[in-house]
Design a protein. Structure first.
Lengths: 229, 225
């Protein structure tokens, strides 16, 4: 049996005396797509950051594809709120840096074309709109093409065409066998293609079930599913 | 080998960023020159005392300017969490440290070189031992500041009052290095009849070895959350 893509065991993360995530145990199989939802401040972002090893858990452990998360960083791609771009460098410079330092294949021009930034790739990122910055972050993710993809609010700041682009990208990652964890408030939209959904509630894992239960009238479905549980 | 290649790529990024944001570099250099000007006013009309202390003024100017350069170097990393992106690529923390520290060293060296002609104009100080030893002093002193400076700028970067915290952390640590740099530079300007320059440079390089080694080892603890 293959190692799970993500195995989190009793994970907790505390910031300044307050638990942002507490006692979360989670197993995500390879190739599975999981929707993470919940109210603002429920711990979704912290959970994804802990799973990616961007921050370490205060308690508990995380393994990715059978290795401790820190040792599996080359296998994980994180799209987070803070996009990680250098403002004074151009979009192309930022991607060249990622290619050079991450030993990634040099497909920069193709990827820039794909995310719709080819015409502005030579401009400094400081002049980009929020949506363009997000597209550049997607470009970096496409260059890395990791087997485990974690996306935190990927739809934020994007126009309708951008939303469509995110859907296509996620479908593409899934088709390639990648594991996708996506944290979003667009529950109805993402539930259409996700296998499973989990709900974060005040830092804890509140509900976990089949994403199909959220495909219609998500809020009611969540409440009903929780009642049944 | 991997460490060298990664450090070189981080350094290339640092230099590209310094070039693209060169207005900030100009501001740092201007700040250093302003400190020299202030010392020339504070010293009054005593030309001999100004000349005697010129090496000290040079290094205090570089030290004060270093807080701006080091703070800026980490601001660009933390503003959009770019340093986290580097770690997740993944790039080794030691490579990030060495790339950034060498970048900071070059910035401080450049600021020091720009200050030299002003030292002559304002304090009538000329390097009697030649320009070569003077550049060596600048290099060793800048290296002794940039390595612990990079480490402590990263440490302070997450703090709310990082602008105040960096000098508070850094200055006590680098005072011995600055004393050695001032002594070595003073000997270059005033003459070295007792052949002491080599000893002071030796002390400076010893500090460099310690700071650059410790920095590379500790950086992962500082930069990883």
């Amino acid at each position: 049996m293959p190692d799970p893509a993500i195995l989190a065991t009793a994970v907790g993360r505390r910031f300044a005396g307050r638990w942002a995530v507490r006692d979360v145990s989670l197993t995500v199989a390879q190739g599975e797509s999981v929707l993470v939802h919940g109210a603002n401040g429920s711990g979704k972002t912290t959970l994804l950051r802990v799973l990616s090893s961007a921050i370490s858990p205060t308690v508990g452990s995380v393994t990715v594809l059978g290795k401790p998360a820190v040792e599996a960083r080359s296998k994980v791609g994180l799209l987070s709120h803070a996009d990680g771009h250098y403002d004074e460098l151009s979009g192309r410079d930022n991607l060249e840096l990622a290619v050079k330092l991450g030993h990634l294949p040099d497909r920069i021009e193709a990827v820039l074309e794909r995310v719709g930034l080819a015409a502005r790739a030579g401009d400094a990122v400081r002049g980009y709109s929020a949506g363009m910055r997000k597209r550049l972050a997607f470009a970096r993710l496409l260059l890395k093409a990791p087997p485990v993809v974690l996306m935190d609010e990927p739809y934020a700041a994007l126009d309708p065409a951008g939303h469509q682009f995110v859907d296509e990208l996620c479908a593409e990652f899934s088709a390639q066998g990648a594991t996708v964890l996506i944290s979003t408030h667009q529950v109805g939209r993402v539930a259409q293609w996700c296998d499973r959904a989990i709900r974060m509630d005040q830092g804890r894992l509140g509900w976990s079930g089949d994403a199909s239960e959220l495909r219609t009238r998500p809020a009611d479905a969540v409440a009903a599913a929780e009642e049944r549980a | 080998m991997e460490l060298i290649l990664e450090s070189r790529a981080v350094l290339a990024k640092e230099l590209l960023h310094v070039w693209r944001a060169r207005a900030r570099l100009v501001a740092t250099g201007t700040f250093a020159l302003a400190t020299l000007l202030l010392f020339s006013f504070a010293g009054g009309l005593n030309d001999a005392a100004l000349r005697e202390n010129s090496a000290g003024y040079l290094w205090i100017g570089i030290l004060l300017a270093s807080t701006l350069a080091l703070g800026e170097g980490l601001r660009v990393e933390t503003e959009h969490n770019a340093i986290e992106m580097l770690l997740l690529l993944p790039v080794s923390p030691a490579a990030i440290f060495y790339g950034k520290a060498i970048g900071n060293l070059l910035v401080l060296l450049l600021v020091g070189i720009v200050m030299l002609p002003f030292l002559t104009v304002l304090f009538d100080a000329t390097p009697t031992e030649g320009v070569g030893p003077l550049l060596l002093c600048l290099f060793a002193g800048s290296a002794a500041i940039s390595a612990p400076g990079t480490l402590h700028a990263t440490l302070a970067a997450r703090a709310r009052s990082r602008d105040v915290l960096l000098p508070l952390l850094l200055f006590p640590l680098v005072i011995p290095c600055v004393v050695a740099a001032v002594q070595a530079t003073h000997l270059v300007y005033a003459g070295d009849p007792m052949d002491q320059l080599g000893s002071w440079l030796g002390v400076l390089f010893a500090f460099c070895v310690v700071h650059w080694s410790v920095g590379g080892l500790l950086y992962s603890r500082v930069v990883e959350d």
